[in-house]
Design a protein around this ligand. Structure first.
Ligand code: DX5
Ligand code: ZN
Length: 219
């Protein structure tokens, strides 16, 4: 796996042209697909269930990065793993930021053979989660309010990325640092400089030439 990973968010895929777009993604330099699961409660939008993930995984064997924006990740993480998730991230807010529940769910995800990590919304600080970092394969920082593609990047969130990078070094850990929301070529560079190694991009990739846009970011 490259050190920098682009994870195109299929939230912005053209759903009138799925097979053709998946073929392009398969041949592109993207190594991951970012799969946004929204339940209409944790966020005011609805997206995909586990059957859709299974179909995507069958059609496109990229690494499936499943971002759960649901009220009940303890129920849904195992279900999405059974249906093709390689990595599951869940929001700390959905577990009332309870460190015991967070650690338990990360352990459960690992026990099921998948990778796991936490996500924080823009208004949630990252520092309180220091003690669970050692159980994370990845930490996802939201740089927009979760729920919709095409929003403006919140540059303030890069402070969380810098903190995560410092902690990874001082605690001698190896989690990836992912950012999600408002990524385009300019914000991509800012995020890389701050310490991100895994970058979700939705509208920027799918509103342009998919393969060229991904390649342009990795140049
Ligand atoms: C938003 C989702 C994102 C979304 C990003 O809640 O988590 O993954 O697809 O879209 P862009 O890149 O358009 O901001
Ligand atoms: Zn996402």
């Amino acid at each position: 796996m490259n050190s920098i990973v682009i994870a195109p968010s299929i939230l912005s895929l053209d759903y009138s042209n799925v097979s053709a777009q998946l073929e392009i993604l398969k041949e592109s330099k993207a190594e991951w697909l970012h799969f946004d699961v929204m339940d209409g409660h944790f966020v005011p939008n609805l997206t995909f269930g586990p059957d859709i993930l299974r179909g995507f995984k069958k059609a496109c064997p990229l690494f499936m990065d499943v971002h759960l924006m649901v009220e009940d990740p303890e129920t849904y993480a195992p279900i999405f793993i059974q249906n093709g998730a390689d990595l599951v991230t869940f929001h700390t807010e959905a577990l009332n930021n309870d460190l015991t529940r967070i650690k338990k769910l990360l352990d459960e995800i690992h026990g099921l053979g998948a990778k796991g990590g936490i996500v924080v919304k823009p208004n949630t600080a990252i520092e309180p989660f220091e003690s669970v970092l050692q159980s994370c394969d990845l930490v996802l920082i939201m740089s927009v309010e979760p729920g919709f593609g095409g929003q403006k990047f919140m540059a303030d969130m890069l402070k969380k990325v810098e903190w995560l990078k410092e902690k990874r070094e001082s605690l001698n850990l190896s989690y990836r640092i992912e950012i999600d929301g408002g990524i385009n070529l300019d914000t991509f560079r800012l995020a890389l400089n701050a310490g991100c190694d895994t970058l979700v991009a939705g509208s920027y990739v799918f509103k342009n030439d998919i393969a060229k846009t991904i390649e342009g970011m990795l140049e």
